[in-house]
Design a protein around this ligand. Sequence first.
Ligand SMILES: Cc1ncc(COP(=O)(O)O)c(C=O)c1O
Length: 352
Amino acid sequence: MKKHNFSAGPSILPHEVLQKAAEAVLNFNNSGLSILEISHRSKDFVAVMDEARSLALELLGLQNKGYQALFLHGGASLEFLMIPYNLLKTNGKAAYLDTGTWANAAIKEAKNFGETLVVASSKPENYNHIPKNFSIPTEADYFHCTSNNTIFGTQIQDFPNSPIPMVCDMSSDIFSRELDFSKFDLIYAGAQKNMGPAGTTLVVVKEEILGKTGRTIPNMLNYQVHIEKESMYNTPSVYAIYVSYLTLRWIKENGGVVGMQKRNNAKAQLLYNEIDNNPKFVGSANKEDRSAMNVTFLLTNEADKENFDLLCKEAGISGLAGHRSVGGYRASIYNAMPIESVQVLVDVMRKI
Ligand SMILES: Cc1ncc(COP(=O)(O)O)c(C=O)c1O
């Protein structure tokens, strides 16, 4: 039976990507060797790394603009610490927008390095919206925001024009829409939502913001070291990077971020229309801040839960449970999710 994978992460990947990734486990590039058993310094893998780094910049429109793309270890969570390590001056301040659990986790790490200013927070309303009309302190070393809040189903629609370097956690909406990415000085994303399997993190950084803290940074945590070593300071996550590379190629072949945005908007519109027009459901995020990636919703009557869950199971729907801090349901409809699967969910919602 066909499965419809709405998991928030690790999550759905394009079927073609999975097929090519499976082939490479047995015979990579017709070498007779598995991608799992070759040197990361082999000609074939270095070519993958180089093209993946270049494709990431190309898809974001950041080629030849002073940016470098890296594939690092440690997940987005390690970036929560690497960012202040590399950007927060000793005795400096960092500014953060608090829009959810992950933004909060980033704030907690920054506090270990210096003064952290929270410019605005939607925590009192359980993060159901994106705060607006805040100002970014010019005396801070950088401003950090989270473009898409995976747990709460909110997404920043309009980014501020930051007077200081702007850093953004795009873990759950990287390559999903067209934006002026040159507004950002550092973008990072754990691979396991829109880019590949868990195990690698994309970091895109404008080189000119580095090297200004006056602090000694351990090599593994130093962006400049990773840039110098072309993202191979130590053995990289070869397979996770290879699958990410295949996904980046798939994104390019399918119209780049513009193509992804078109697909994603159609899916989000289909699902939000159902939520808004079906009295059995209600959305949990404020309408103007709704995410096109993670659609969070609740049943208006909990008595329908058993029936809805059963119908979902019978239809092959998987990974729809909401995060415990919001409850209800969360349909993650990342780039690779076909609209047909969203239609299956909508059809089930109409049946109860
Ligand atoms: C927006 C966002 N940031 C950070 C993280 C943490 O990522 P990782 O598990 O790669 O450290 C997640 C995980 O779901 C996330 O959704």
